[in-house]
Design a protein around this ligand. Structure first.
Ligand SMILES: *Cc1c(COP(=O)(O)O)cnc(C)c1O
Length: 371
């Protein structure tokens, strides 16, 4: 699914030097590299504040803690996503309210969000699934009308750009009140372990979240609020700082691979290529087909036999997960998400795919579909 070795080989010198510098400085936590990477990421994203944390899940949790939400407050998320989005809501004693997604873009459906808003709703967490922004302009408008916070789960979409009707363009994670991303190795900007970041343009929120990530501490050993311990270590920051200058090339490489897949499957009516969100670029964290005219699981097995990995992101929507079963929801309540869970198949997608590999993958998919 990913090829991190070949990617490393191309920038080995920069990565090795950065890691060695950290070892030489023996400043493994809160070192110079972390500050440098933070500044570079602020520059790249246009976010006023970047707060580096331990992983993307922590970023989401700290974001919700920073908003000061209380048990019983409702937080709206799509039901078709990675579990972390709802997990932190539940962990904080908040109430996850799930909504359906759009069949084409697989992102949160804005009309469903509108219907899910109650007097207890405090925040909306859109997920920029597979690498393209959710429909942010109408979502921000809706949030404003109802005085709700928006926390973007941009874990799969760093570098994706959304253009508003006034012509303004913003990056995924910098549109809502807070944005969260992950540097898990296979993410579009991945480190060599765990890492994550929070984005915000709000000075007060930034100060509060920075303190929460550091045991609720502003002045050393004086704790103003209950916090957590979540930080990006210096070695990971060194890896990320070496990779960030290449992120735009990495995105282009993914987009080229996606265009190849699109061309190969455009006229095959057994699969649907990923629908594109208007006003957003797509950075293709995943290239996800909807298998509508064949048996998805059989196709996946056939590919595996030919040495081609393919993954199901995600096989079970939140409202059907054992840990998140809720009497308010029953099977069939979110038909699009349920239909997607039964038909999605993600093909290998990374920065190092060449034409030969893409040709091998697409011709085998076509071949299996023709059987
Ligand atoms: C990866 C991911 C996360 C969690 O990030 P971690 O760094 O693994 O904690 C959260 N949400 C989505 C949509 C993700 O893809």
């Amino acid at each position: 699914m990913v090829d991190l070795q070949s990617q490393y080989a191309k920038i080995k010198q920069d990565i090795d030097t950065g890691i060695q510098e950290v070892i030489d400085s023996a400043s493994f936590v809160k070192g110079q590299k972390v500050a440098e990477f933070q500044a570079h990421l602020e520059q790249y994203t246009g976010a006023k504040h970047v707060i580096n944390v331990g992983n993307g899940t922590d970023a989401l949790q700290i974001a919700l803690m920073g908003l000061g939400l209380k048990p019983g407050d409702e937080v709206i998320t799509p039901t078709f996503t990675f579990i972390a989005t709802a997990e932190v809501v539940a962990l904080l004693g908040l109430t996850p309210v799930v909504v359906d997604v759009n069949w084409e873009t697989m992102n949160m459906d804005i009309e469903s969000v509108r219907r899910a808003i109650t007097s207890h709703t405090k925040a909306i967490v859109p997920v920029h699934l597979f690498g393209q922004c959710a429909d942010m302009e109408p979502l921000m408008k809706l949030a404003e009308e109802h005085h709700l916070y928006v926390v973007e789960d941009a874990c799969q979409a760093i570098g994706a750009k959304y253009t508003f009707s006034n012509g303004e363009t913003k990056q995924a994670g910098t549109i809502g009140h807070i944005g969260c991303t992950s540097f898990f190795p296979s993410k579009n900007l991945g480190c060599y372990g765990d890492g994550g970041a929070i984005f915000t343009n709000d000075d007060e929120l930034a100060a509060r979240m920075r303190a929460i990530a550091n045991h609720g501490m502003v002045v050393r050993y004086h704790h103003d609020m209950v916090g957590v311990n979540s930080r990006l270590d210096s070695i990971q920051a060194a890896v990320l700082d070496a990779k960030l200058p290449h992120l735009d090339e990495y995105i282009s490489a993914r987009q080229r691979a996606a265009a190849f897949y699109d061309r190969a499957f455009a006229n095959n009516n057994k699969v649907l290529i990923p629908g594109r969100q208007a006003h957003s670029t797509h950075v293709f964290h995943q290239y996800t087909l909807r298998v509508v005219g064949a048996d998805r699981d059989q196709l996946r097995e056939g590919l595996a036999e030919r040495g081609i990995p393919a993954m199901i992101y995600y096989p079970v929507p939140l409202h059907q997960q054992k840990a998140y079963r809720d009497p308010r929801y029953k099977d069939g309540d979110f038909p699009i998400a349920e239909k997607l869970a039964a038909c999605v198949l993600s093909l290998p997608m990374h920065t190092e795919l060449d034409e030969e590999q893409l040709e091998y993958i697409t011709s085998n998919v076509q071949d299996l579909l023709a059987q």
